[in-house]
Every structure is written in C-alpha cells, then in structure tokens.
Design a protein around this ligand. Structure first.
Ligand code: ADP
Ligand code: MG
Length: 553
C-alpha cells in the first residue's frame, strides 16, 4: 500500500480492538502499565543493540520515559528514547498480534464466552489496551540510527494509517504515543492520579519516569529507574533497603529482617524480601494472601503469584525472575513449572533466613516470633513437608520460660528421666494456663510444659507431630503417665495404692455424675488441688473442644 493509505488490521486485532473500545473493564489503569512497560522494553532493547553498535546511542545515552499531560486538549503523551520502530516494524508490531500473551488472551476468550472484563485484568493485553481510554492513538516513531520517522494512527475501528513525518515532528530517537482520551477518561490528565498509578504499577521499572504536568510545564521525576534489587548487596545501604521497603510495602517501620538473594544455578532470580517489625494491618485478612510481588526481568507481572505459602504472608517484597518468559500471560506464568520451582526455592530460603536470624540474634528473632509466630504456626497445619523446619523455628512460653521463649530444642535438652513426651497445655491465656492445677504433678517432677495460647495451637498439636521422636501430649488428656518420672522432692509422698476410702468416694462421685463424666480416677497429676477435669485419652483436647463448641459444632 502507498504511504498514508488506510490499512486493515489483521482479523484478530480488529476483534480485540472492538473489545477494548467497548470494554467494561473497570480497572483501566493497566493501559499505563502496558505502555510504560513497552517504553522500558524499547530502552532495554536499545541498550542491548548498543553493545554491538554504540553509535546508536549518539549523544543521548541515558534511557528515559516522559509522560506529558495536556488537559485542555484532553491528551496524554508517553515518549521514550528507546529503540523506536521502522515503518515495517510499526506495521508488524501494531497491525498484527505479535504479542503471545494477547494470542493466549484471545484463545481464552473463545473458551470463556463473554466474561471479558475479568480476562483483560488477568492478562494485560499490551499496546491495544490504550484503546480502553483513547478513541484515537498516534504512534510517532524514529528507529535508532534511521533518518526516517513514521506515524501510525488509528481510531481502533478496524483500520490504521502509516504516514511519513518530518524529523522535526518526531522524537530524535524512540517512540511517542499520543492518546486522545475519551470523554470518560479525562481523569487520566490529573497529575496526582498519574503519579500514583506510575508509582504503584511501574515504580521499579528500570528506566526513570518523568511527568510534565502541562504544556511548557515543569518536569518532575516520578521514579528514578533504579531497580534496587538488581544491585549487589554490598552497594546498598540499610537506609536504602528501609526506604525501598516502606515505599514498596506501604509500611512505616524498619524491617526486622531483610533478605536479599541473587540466586543462580537452576533458577536465576533475585529475591528482596522483608519481615516487618510491626504487624501489617492486612495480616488477618480472611484471604490470607501472600504479599510477594513477581517481576520478570524488572517488569512487574503480578502480586498474585502466591510465591510463598499463606503462613508466610507477613513477608513483603518481590521476586524478579530471569527465567520466566516476559511475553507470556500472567495466568500462564502462574502455571509455569519454572514458577513452581521458584516458589519452592524462595519458601525454603525465607525459612532458612529466619533460622539464621534465630542463630545469630535470638532476641531479634524472639520479636519476629512474638509478631508472626501465630501465623507461622499455621504452616504446621498446612505444610507437612516443612513441618520439621517450622517446629525448629517455633518458640514457646513454657512453665520454665519465664519472660523469655523456649525452643523445642531447649525443651528436648531438659527432658526428665523417663520422660517420653512433650507436654503441653492449651488455652486462651498463657498466665492462666501457668496457674492451672493440671500442672501440679508436672511441676512436682520438674517436667516442663508448653503453654499454648494461640488458637491455631489446638489444631496443629492434634495432627500428630513429633519433635526428635517425642510426641506432643496434652496434660489435660488422659492418664498422665507420670509415675515413672521421679518427683523432685524424693521425700514427698508418692501416689499410694488407692485406699478403700478413696475408692468408695470415687464410686460415689461416679454414680452421682452418671453419664456426665466418662470416668473418675485417683491421679498422681495433682499435688495441692483436690480434683481437676481432664479429657479422655481418645477424645478431643479440652481447648479444642471449647473452640469447636464456640464455633457451633
Ligand atoms: P509486547 O510488549 O508484549 O510485545 P504489546 O502489544 O505491548 O506486546 O506491543 C507490541 C509490540 O509493539 C512490541 O513487541 C514492540 O515490538 C512494539 N512496541 C510497542 N511500543 C513500543 C515502543 N514504545 N517502542 C518500540 N516498540 C514498541
Ligand atoms: Mg507490551
């Protein structure tokens, strides 16, 4: 076709455009992420080509993205000094569907039959998402090293034009995308809204982004283009880590633990993750969603990739993968075996970093445990593969812990002669538990008892965990098997054979209470109190019974 002649889109593009124009998708902000990520890609591609051909950079070597607002003209202009597009490239890139994610999107669409709004959100359909907010789009581009510039224009209704433009009308190098905003999209000329969207969606794009608030207006940098996590650890200060944590995680505290890893070998990724020093407000969200963001080659992909299990939802930060393909839809990435391998590796890493912290600074670790121990213990119910590691990380209030915490290792190191179980008592309040008469016989024998007061405790202990071969056993459950363990005070009277008078009393109580109790026994678990209630060996722990009955069971 001759220059300027109107050309038809490939059939599938036309279909996609029709959908964008008529989109009911509410989160239209994603168009900006898509255009910025294209601009950043173009800068990265130039960077790469310039390795072989440094002349391409000319006297303008620094990559840059500029967003300019013209509210009166209802126009938004995004310009980059990246690789740019030649005429055939414009036609190929913007007239057909090159984008594999877009292809996948269309395939999904056929299967989904109608629920388009939801699909757009999941996929991010690249350049064409511009037509969610614009009724006309001009793309003026000059490829690096070329002395021609071309303009691609379309109203998204089936055809587009490609015309030559004067070099003076085009960027010296790279691409300018002009969005003529729809009447209902004028809010995208609001400076603060754009700033917020850019920071949220593209805050860590590796090219600085500048905003010009009006024609001839002042330029202000919204992001500086530095991807902190790609730098070597030795070049990053604690303050930079904290700043990044605060802006990326929306927290105000100083992180209790910073994990920065450049993994190489089977999976290549960077992990920059933080354990907060205060409980984030979303910790108790019923969704229990993980909060690690997924990047691929410094481009934000999704914060929904469930990189770590839910019991690590207090960990904030990101994973940036080199191995995942960038052009694949977010949804297909979710199912990728590469992501599965990253999940496993990252989860193991976070747990081992927590363990290391415990090893080098038990006090700092105790603070982490005080904030997030109850969340971590959910893993004991959900992640049997890592149960051992989680039990190793667990800290407890016990009858011997005082103000501090005890690990199971501490506990196991202080077992009494003939002690074959780890004893616990579960309830709502550690102090009240410590005063329970159920503990008397244990105290008299110097046996340490875990005081479990988080509601999750009553669940994991029933799942049959053991630590170094020792099962967990409730002190309120069944006979306490204490006879074999010597009393600390050897002169104290040992439990005698039940004398006839006591046997009579037991029989009397049993007949009086009838079916309300399963049994009435003389016990060596008490030293001061006269009686206590215990659950039967086979039955549920008393605390668990309480929780279940309060839940209406
Ligand atoms: P994707 O970015 O996944 O390839 P898009 O639909 O976002 O898909 O973009 C399609 C293609 O258009 C890109 O692959 C690229 O070749 C080209 N393109 C878009 N924007 C630019 C730009 N600012 N500079 C250079 N090329 C671009
Ligand atoms: Mg793109």
């Amino acid at each position: 076709a001759a220059p300027g002649e109107s050309r038809a889109f490939a059939a599938d593009v036309a279909r996609l455009l029709h959908m964008m124009v008529h989109s009911v998708y509410s989160d239209r902000d994603v168009f900006l992420r898509e255009l910025i990520s294209n601009a950043a890609d173009a800068c990265e591609r130039l960077r790469y080509e310039a390795i072989a051909n440094p002349d391409l950079l000319g006297d303008d070597p620094k990559p840059r993205i500029t967003l300019a607002i013209d509210a009166d003209a209802r126009r938004l202009t995004l310009e980059d000094n990246g690789i740019g597009m030649s005429r055939p490239e414009l036609i190929e890139a913007l007239g057909t569907i090159a984008h594999s994610g877009t292809k996948a999107f269309l395939e999904r669409l056929d299967a989904a039959q109608g629920d388009t709004a939801n699909l757009i959100g999941q996929f991010g359909v690249g350049f064409y998402s511009a037509f969610m907010v614009a009724d006309k789009v001009d793309v003026i581009s000059r490829r690096a090293g070329s002395d021609e510039a071309w303009q691609w224009s379309s109203d998204g209704k089936g055809t587009y034009t490609v015309t030559p433009v004067e070099l003076a009308e085009a960027p010296a190098r790279g691409t300018r995308v002009v969005l003529h905003l729809m009447a209902d999209a004028t809010s995208y000329t609001e400076r603060f809204k754009l700033q917020r969207i850019i920071k949220d969606q593209s805050g860590h794009v590796p090219v600085p982004i500048t905003l010009i608030d009006k024609p001839g207006g002042e330029a202000s940098e919204v992001t500086d283009g530095a991807a902190l996590w790609t730098k070597p650890k030795s070049e990053i200060t604690a303050e930079e880590y904290t700043d990044f944590y605060r802006s990326a995680a929306g927290q105000f505290d100083t992180p209790a633990l910073t994990i920065h890893v450049h993994a190489e070998g089977r999976q290549e990724y960077s992990l920059l993750a933080f354990v907060p020093s205060v409980k984030p407000f979303d910790l108790s969200d019923p969704e229990r969603k993980g909060r690690l963001k997924l990047y691929v080659k410094r481009v934000f992909i999704t914060d929904d990739a469930e990189i770590v299990p839910r019991y690590l939802r207090f960990v904030r930060g990101l994973v940036d993968s080199t191995d995942l393909p960038l052009n694949v839809s977010r949804e297909m990435i979710q199912e990728s075996p590469i992501l599965a391998a990253i999940r496993k590796s990252v989860t193991g890493r976070v747990l081992s970093e927590l363990e290391k912290l415990a090893g080098r600074d038990e006090t700092a670790y105790a603070d982490v445990w005080a904030n997030f121990g109850a969340v971590l213990k959910e893993g004991l119910c959900e992640d049997f593969e890592r149960r051992e590691a989680l039990l190793g990380l667990a800290r407890f209030k016990t009858t011997a812990s005082g103000e501090g915490w005890r690990s199971l290792k501490d506990y196991a190191g202080a077992l009494r002669e003939n002690q074959t179980a780890i004893y616990y008592i579960a309830g709502d309040d550690a102090d009240r538990l410590a005063a329970s008469p159920h503990l008397e016989g244990f105290r008299a024998r110097g046996i340490e008892v875990l005081l479990l007061s988080d509601s999750v405790d009553s669940f994991w202990v029933t799942l049959g965990p053991d630590f170094e071969g020792k099962p967990f056993k409730s002190v309120t459950q069944g006979a306490a098997d204490l006879a074999a363990i010597p009393l600390l005070d050897a002169s104290a009277p040992t439990a005698p054979e039940v004398p006839p008078a006591v046997a009579d009393l037991l029989a009397f109580i049993k007949t009086t209470l009838g079916d309300d109790v399963a049994d009435v026994r003389a016990s060596d678990r008490l030293t001061d109190s006269a009686v206590c209630l215990v659950a039967s060996e086979a039955g549920l722990d008393r605390q668990l019974e309480k929780i279940l009955s309060s839940a209406g069971r």
